[in-house]
Ligand binder design. Structure first.
Ligand SMILES: [Fe+2]
Ligand SMILES: [Fe+2]
Length: 309
């Protein structure tokens, strides 16, 4: 048997953690339009998350509810249910930023309408007969979600360690949203991959759907930045530029292109497993001091006391 034939994803068991959704709330009234002070390009690059994630994470939940009956492993089923709970909350939390952007003069509706169409129609259930075609489409989407989750974990890990955002004086509420979300992405980074391995696991499908997901993310992201820069009511001739992206990477307020490039062979390695990257301990440590996560915990405590009485 060749080495390639033997190579299998190698999980790191100590990185595993059971999942729970946190019922967070954010108060946006004090958050300025350019919440990365003096840096609209970086603000809007990160703001694209608020355009893509509400529909994208709703789509994850929609697809995963269809996969649940095919799971034959009780721990994985519990992980997928935990994942669904966390992603539903993420989707809602990012969605709630959009009315605030609109109040500040930046109406995201023209872009989010297109993103909704993409996830609900193009990547939706399609009218397929029960059987092979329907199953093929479900597996394609499960594999795409695993590829996207490689990048949500990458971004989560990055934002947890991006001290340059604090030094620059970013809005604390937005930073908490990004880090609470990022920490939960790191917590559940293995679930989508494990689910894909469990129901399909084809390396060819993993590589092919990675290419689709990566190309789509780059396309949607640069389009989203352009949209925000062009519609920002405080900018004359606002434009997205690669030079600004590279500058922000050097400053540490966005991921560096080298790190993004290195994430590609990592995912395409036959021995890749998401638990080999990021740190569950770092994520848990942030969640233990996140203002939103602590407030969510405090909301739960009286309910538990009452329930136990
Ligand atoms: Fe998420
Ligand atoms: Fe996720």
């Amino acid at each position: 048997m060749s080495n390639t034939a033997k190579a299998q994803p190698a999980p790191v068991a100590s990185e595993y953690i059971p999942l729970k959704a946190r019922n967070v709330d954010f108060e946006w009234s004090g958050t300025p339009l350019h919440w990365v002070p003096g840096d609209p390009a970086t603000t809007h690059t990160i703001n694209v998350l608020h355009l893509l994630l509400p529909a994208g994470e709703r789509w994850f939940v929609h697809v995963y509810k269809q996969v649940l009956p095919f799971i034959r492993d009780e721990q994985l089923r519990a992980d997928v249910i935990g994942f669904i709970g966390q992603e539903a909350m993420h989707s809602q939390a990012h969605d709630e930023v959009l009315p605030h952007l609109k109040e500040l003069g930046l109406d995201p509706t023209p872009y989010t309408a297109q993103v909704d169409w993409l996830f609900e129609k193009l990547l939706g259930d399609r009218t397929l007969p029960p059987g092979k075609a329907r199953q093929w489409w479900l597996m394609e989407r499960v594999a795409m979600i695993a590829a996207i989750e490689h990048y949500t974990a990458f971004l989560g890990d990055w934002v947890l360690g991006a001290q340059a955002l604090d030094r620059k004086g970013c809005d604390p509420t937005m930073l908490d949203l990004l880090r609470w979300h990022g920490a939960e992405e790191v917590e559940h980074r293995s679930v989508a991959f494990d689910l894909f391995q469990h129901v399909d696991g084809s390396y060819r499908r993993r590589a092919r759907t990675w290419a689709t997901a990566f190309a789509a993310l780059v396309f949607l992201w640069q389009r989203g930045i352009r949209f925000f820069m062009e519609h920002d009511p405080t900018l004359l001739n606002g434009k997205a530029s690669l030079r600004e992206f590279l500058r922000a990477g050097r400053e540490g307020v966005l991921p560096r292109t080298g790190a993004i490039a290195r994430s590609i062979p990592a995912y395409l390695s036959r021995t890749y497993h998401p638990s080999q990257e990021c740190s569950t301990a770092q994520a848990v440590a942030y969640l233990a001091r996140s203002p939103a996560a602590l407030a969510a915990e405090a909301k739960m405590t009286p309910a538990r006391t009452t329930g136990g009485a």
